[in-house]
Unconditional design. Sequence first.
Lengths: 608, 237
Amino acid sequence: MAEHEQNHPAKRPATAARRRSDLGTVLKAGVAALVVLGVAPFFLDIYTVNVLIRALLLAALALTVDLLWGYTGILTFGQSAFFGIGAYACALVFTHWGFGAGWAILALGLGIVAAMAVAALAGWLAFYHGASPLYGSIVTLALPIVLTQVVFAGGRTTGSSSGLSGFPTYYWSIEIWFWIAGAFLVAVTALAWLFVRSDMGRVLVAIRENETRCAYLGIPVSRIKIMLLVAAGAIGAVAGFGYAAFTNVVAPELTGFLLGTELLIWVALGGRGTLIGPVIGAILIDVTSSYLSGSLPFYWKLLVGVLFVVVIVALPQGLMPEVTKLWRRMVPGARRTAKAPTIEPAPVREVAPRVEQPLAVRGVHRHFGSLQVLQGIDFVANEGELLSLVGPNGAGKTTLIRCLADGYERSGGDIKVFGRDLGRGPPDRCVALGIGRKFQTANVFATLTVAECLRVARYRLEPPSIWSSDNTLALPEAARRIVEETGLAESLDTEARHLAHGQKQALELAMVLALEPRIVLLDEPTAGLTRNERERIGAILTSLTERERLSILLVEHDLDFVREISSRVIVLHQGKIVLDGSVKEVVGSELVREIYAGTALDGGGGGP
Amino acid sequence: MNGEAAILAVSGLTSGYGEAIVVRGVSVAVAPGEIVALLGKNGMGKSTLLKTVMGFLPAREGQVTLHGRDVTRDPPYRVARQAIAYTPQEQAIFQDLSVGDNLRLGQPDARWFDEELARVGEVFPFLKERLGQRAGTLSGGEQKMMLVARALMARPKLMLVDEITEGLQPSIIQRLAKALLAERARTGMAMLLVEQNVRFALEVADRWAVVKLGEIDDEGRSDAPDAAARIAKHLSV
């Protein structure tokens, strides 16, 4: 059955040598940062140190915004909510219940747990299957507004609009508070740095670049986003707790969406997707604003507004990328040369013998409003069969592929995959059943390198590390052959957006095959490739069906190509199957000539 | 080819992405009413060449002239105003607009819309029936046809087309070849095509050029008896 292989993650020895991690660099940078923070209070006046403590805590919060927005593409206005939850947990416990080490730990724990619970709920609302990116922004915008109202409504308990102050707290010296805040920021930054540079960090970028492709690679996008939001919520709560314990004052503004929006501005100014940029941006702006808001209350806000507009127009990427560029120009050796991983064979998975047909489709139909795109589709795909799907443009070929790869897509009918009902699940469920889909237009991750795209495709079979990256890339034979024979092997460290159109097609095909599917749905996989490249891909597909007994369903316009590689052909016309037979029957038929091919049968071919 | 008389003259053009040079010193000229096909394997710089001509990518070296006027540094919209239609490989449609609105947006003057639609609708009959449909719900091949129709309806003097036949059914490709030749005969439109379908390219184009590693490797006339064999040799190695 299908579970046999899907729950069989590749067992590979994860020795230290094959993993690459920035741990050494991060430790060095972390120690340097700690030393600077350690001596800083002795050189700064007490007001600056005071202001800096707040800025360091808010910088940690800005960092979580960068993780969500800069790396994963979730535009969030709501990180202030978690900061507020942490702060209020501290103030409420210390005011109403008691003060002491035990109470402090309880308050911190309560703050973290409450923030994580709220984050999980907000994440579930914002990222369930079918939610558009707008949902996330709206939910995270509503969250701080709702929380602020809760605080207002809390009467004496929450202090309403005046907040809570004067509760007992630790009256440590200001240096100690500074060191605590500094150490917290350094620790969070170091962990986040390892995380975003790890293989899992690349998955976040893949989600930002192309969520659909991720879902069709079997990556549980919603779950990853919710977990990230929960982690970001926990970090925010700790920062908020620290803030309340240090300042001894909490106010509704701490949970407000104004702070949430300011965080976005800091991140954008510092440079989103750079981690360090937002941290520095947050510290600089918060400290400067503390100094200037007193003397220039109105002009200061205007100044920040103008600065924001100028940076967004002149440097859409923020300040940090410019600093990095300058640094690289001045220090020639500073350019980081990311070494592409070496490709190695993936362990061969045992495939349990099956009795059922790979794919049995019965009575599938699909309509968009009153427009019937597919009607009464019945067919089966057998093991080791290369089934071509041909038909005029607009016949419903892509719609059929879509119905097979996403359980929500069809309007009615049954689809059985190895005897199991496809049901009404999202694409990642279809992937788990053994289905891999190649899109009609090349669908890759623009800013990831070729090797990274392929690694992301292996997510389901080899869960990525969250703190290091692998020096090797294990690929099954078919994916390896595509990579080698289409010249992608020489471009492993090229960003996918710089590939030519046909190479993108080949890369996506390799990504789909890296999933090790049992049923492969290919929507015009060779469009944009030369005749020669098509033939090579044809040979790889044929060997997949013959040697590995895969079932391939291929949408293709080049009838010559179809004739060479198919074992059976289905003709779709106006949403119905009009022919299902051998290559000879179909290609020679009068009907196909009439509705589809015209006079020359090799019209779609690449050459003479 | 005389550069003065050409509608499009590209000389010594070099461009690329970031630090990667993709097009290296390419020179190509298209005379009024002439159809030229650029062939070659993937990743050789054909699409990049078209994007640089249109001004989507900056030229590092060399010159692009249209009707004898230097447009090398012009932004895409100013190039397009020289009666140049560009059909990119990526499906550049307005997903949420209707088919009719998509077609209208390519029209310099709305008064001729019905007339132009009737003319182009002969090649792509489905367009006339589905003017109200949301363009994003067209199939991949239909979107491609809509793009070509949109370009033709503007009666361009020069069309730059990136892989027009990709994803089209064979009978439509044949019809398209005839239609493009008829359009050229009627309006004197010139074309620069990027193609993988050599058979289509040779049927439509007067001249061909094979691009290899960003340079023009070989070129010739389409009616030369050895054209197909020479191209096949270039594409197979």
